[in-house]
Design a protein around this ligand. Structure first.
Ligand code: FMN
Length: 341
């Protein structure tokens, strides 16, 4: 499959519940990264089918005020292609959150069965739920009964290296009423230090009739081609690389060809978008979360990251970007994985 064929495939219609998506590559949910400002930056390039929010607490969602919340907020124009992800451990609470999400006009709701961070698992949420398949399916059923928007499920391999478990869970989620799955083929609590098992994406995709988005270590278009060829998944879900290169979707589906100064102009644009949404102090904080992924694009990314991390204000960040790019830092085709968290 050549790049052009990749884009042709990604632009093939995909039915999710009764909705037709005209593009099957999506932004994966990422807490702290996939916020309103990064989504705006990505939206300005375009080329994706859907964007997912970072996980929001299902307990908090019904009372959240989007004017103040840093996670449950959005631009009205993105709602039509935005899916809100929630985490929680109680069917009724997850259903109530989904009702609010539907009322606000999101494209869909995504249920988190994948996060293996201790603070989430301790509350019985995220990947911890995979230890209790009965409760997991009750959550999907309760949400399905409460809303008519598409219900997505994001899950991982489980807690043992057992592909059959993932296949069984996929079938359970489908039977419980999920409309699409995103599968991240890693065992909990493995935090991206071992390669994902794409072979299990194939088993999961073959086991269900609903669309499955494959996720994990998609960096270059050739990875996308390989994943589609090797797994026959129905769509691609890209996380960290879309942070490192927010134009990735446009490149993979619309033939977007970045100019040499794309790194500089994009980082500068991002500083402005952050400031449009947040205080200077909070914008610096969010820029520093983005910085490791951005710096992974450069051959000598470590010293660049160090310089950006020394900033206290957005002016510092902009001044640093100006001086960093005066010397035309050498870029890498494949990002430096040591900087990818
Ligand atoms: C900083 C960070 C935050 C994440 N937050 C979430 C989250 O809120 N919900 C979720 O389902 N997955 C979350 N993930 C996992 C990603 O959605 C994705 O499964 C993972 O990064 C692998 O995909 P990638 O190799 O394309 O990055 C997060 C990942 C990162 C790096």
């Amino acid at each position: 499959m050549k790049n052009q064929i990749l884009s042709q495939y990604l632009l093939k219609d995909l039915k999710i519940k009764e909705n037709i998506l005209h593009n099957r590559i999506v932004l994966a949910p990422m807490a702290g990264l996939g916020h309103i400002a990064l989504r705006q930056l990505i939206s300005e390039f375009g080329g994706f089918g859907l964007l997912f929010t970072g996980m929001c607490s299902a307990k908090a969602v019904p009372q959240e005020n989007p004017d103040y919340s840093l996670v449950f907020n959005w631009r009205p124009e993105e709602l039509g292609y935005l899916v809100c992800q929630i985490f929680g451990s109680e069917p009724e609470i997850m259903a109530k959150a989904a009702i609010r999400i539907e009322k606000e006009g999101f494209f869909g709701v995504d249920l988190n069965f994948g996060c293996s961070v201790a603070s989430i698992c301790k509350k019985g949420s995220g990947a911890e739920l995979l230890k209790n398949p009965g409760l997991s399916t009750d959550i999907v059923k309760a949400v399905r009964k409460s809303v008519s928007i598409p219900v997505f499920v994001k899950f991982r391999m489980g807690w043992d290296n057992n592909p059959q478990f993932a296949v069984d869970m996929a079938k359970r989620f489908e039977d419980a009423g999920a409309d699409a799955l995103t599968f991240h083929p890693r065992v909990a609590p493995d935090r991206r230090n071992r390669p994902p098992r794409w072979d299990v994406i194939k088993l999961v995709s073959q086991a269900v009739k609903i669309p499955v988005f494959g996720n994990g270590n998609l960096f270059l278009a050739e990875d996308g081609i390989k994943m589609l060829e090797q797994t026959a998944c129905h769509g691609l879900s890209v996380g960290r690389m879309a942070v490192a290169r927010p134009w990735l979707f446009a490149q993979w589906t619309q033939g977007f060809s970045p100019e040499d100064d794309i790194f500089y102009t994009t980082a500068m644009k991002f500083t402005q978008i952050l400031l449009d949404h947040h205080t200077d102090h909070f914008s610096v904080k969010l820029f520093k979360k983005f910085a490791p992924y951005f710096c992974a694009n450069f051959k000598f990314g470590h010293p660049i990251l160090k310089r950006l991390n020394r900033a206290h204000t957005m002016d510092d960040i902009r001044n640093n970007l100006d001086s960093i790019f005066e010397s035309f830092p050498e870029t890498l085709l494949r990002p430096n994985m040591n900087l990818f968290l």
